[in-house]
Design a protein around this ligand. Sequence first.
Ligand SMILES: [Zn+2]
Length: 228
Amino acid sequence: MKIFTFSFDDGTVQDRRLAGLFSSYGFRGSFNINSGFFGNRHRIRHIGIECDHSELSRDEALSVYKDHEICAHTKTHPDLRTLSDEQITDEVEGDRKALEELFALPVTGMAYPGGGKPYNERVIRVINETTGIRFARTILSHHRFEMPKSFMEWHPTCDINDLSALDLAEDFIAMPDEGVSLFYIWGHSFEFDKLDSWDIIEKLCARLSQADGLVNMTCGEVFRAYAK
Ligand SMILES: [Zn+2]
């Protein structure tokens, strides 16, 4: 079984194009959303480049993500390590419940907000003990095709804007179909605007759709099928 999964963060307006691209191939992505930011309008400046980082409105999110999986990303994107236990619960479980209510679907996964390693043992323990979250993605890419040792520290294969993403896709397609392998791609759709790199995700989707024997699953589908 060779599975590929997509996980994209922040719920920005560029998800319109990304979700549409996935749908055009019949793929489903997992989108990690901050319920405290719906409808915000703002631009960010990063590595010297300015781009739109506005979040979708509630109404538009309902239509943009209707074929996809919704996961949590905390209410307001804080560094969870700096919060009290109660605040962690409020940010994570508050987001999870708000998303469940809006989308009328179970929400059981998340992506940790922030760069680097923005979580620790206490954050994981509090989330395990006080929220309905059962899997959580990091941004610590490992460039391998494997299931996580812990679904609460689910390290992805690569950032889509990683220069090697398309090479990794070729490695994944060429590898033998033995056991279960997972090509886990994560990113931010606003970075396709920022870096003028929509061609990377367009090429990746086209390539994955042409290859024989690959299966697209949401992160939640992978979790439910393979978590012990
Ligand atoms: Zn984020």
